[in-house]
Write a protein that binds this ligand. Structure first.
Ligand code: NCD
Length: 266
């Protein structure tokens, strides 16, 4: 089974992964089963990453597995001109699952087609980022115990943000879920979730924005602020201690979600 688009998972799959992730979150580290013992994950990253690559590696180690870390393909035969197909087929000779971050939307779908082992899309250009969506939904669900009926405001580089593209696909499929998009955040509408993203200069976007005291004063007490990170200027540090700041919790949830996902897929 591959995870290329969040639409590859139906609601039952998502709930099953959440249940597992909840169990992992509750457990003490020394109690994790070693159920991925003898399994090898290849991290194949054509773009920089801190959270996604590290949390996949940590997830694998927590469950007794191992990792081939190609966290910068410039040190691989890609520099010698090897194409994506050959690289993916090669990694399939050595590992049980490939986690691929690539530069172009559609790369993950292509790679999954030629791969001999399950392939997980860890972000394909400005396409999708389905595992981020799982951890985003998990974080929202933990707070509100539901997704339906919530108002979610997306701010920032909506066009280039693959995390927003995947999350919107789920919200779109749900009835009664409002989502609003705003680029310059002059006024943030009252919402349950504020999902902020950085301006992706590497994809040609320009401009900047920042959450102000005034925005924050107008945010409902029970709302939450999320961000896939890395952040630039959009969220000032002083907001980190606000109880509505959920981005570190969100990134920690990435570990449980990826542990759950790997046990589910492998
Ligand atoms: C995001 C990504 O790479 O799409 N980061 C992440 O995986 N948590 C967001 C970004 O790069 O801005």
């Amino acid at each position: 089974m591959n995870l290329v688009s969040i639409t590859d998972f139906n609601e039952r799959d998502i709930i099953a992964v959440f249940q597992l992730a909840k169990d992992y979150k509750k457990q003490q580290k020394h109690k994790y089963s070693r159920k991925l013992r003898n399994k090898i994950l290849a991290n194949l990253f054509y773009e920089p990453s801190t959270r996604t690559s590290s949390s996949f590696a940590a997830a694998m180690y927590n469950l007794g597995g191992s990792v081939i870390p190609i966290n910068d393909v410039t040190y691989s035969s890609v520099t010698k001109g090897e194409n994506l197909e050959d690289t993916v087929k090669t990694m399939g000779c050595f590992c049980d699952v490939i986690v691929l971050r690539s530069q172009n939307a559609g790369d993950a779908a292509f790679a999954a087609e030629v791969s001999t082992v399950p392939l997980i899309n860890a972000g394909d250009g400005n396409g999708e980022h389905p595992t981020q969506t799982l951890l985003d939904l998990f974080t929202i669900y933990e707070k509100f115990k539901k997704i339906e009926g919530l108002t979610i405001t997306f701010a920032g580089d909506i066009e280039n943000s693959r995390t927003i593209h995947s999350l919107k696909k789920v919200l779109h499929a749900k009835n009664n879920c409002n989502y609003l998009e705003t680029y310059d955040v002059e006024t943030l509408p009252p919402s349950d979730v504020y999902y902020l993203t950085r301006v992706q200069r590497e994809r040609g976007s320009t401009g900047s924005y920042q959450l102000t005291k005034e925005h924050v004063d107008n945010m409902p007490k029970e709302s939450i602020v999320m961000h896939p990170f890395p952040r630039n200027d959009e969220i000032p540090k002083w907001f980190d201690s606000d109880p509505r700041a959920h981005y570190f919790e969100q990134m920690q949830n990435g570990l449980w979600i990826r542990m759950a996902l790997l046990s589910w897929i492998l």
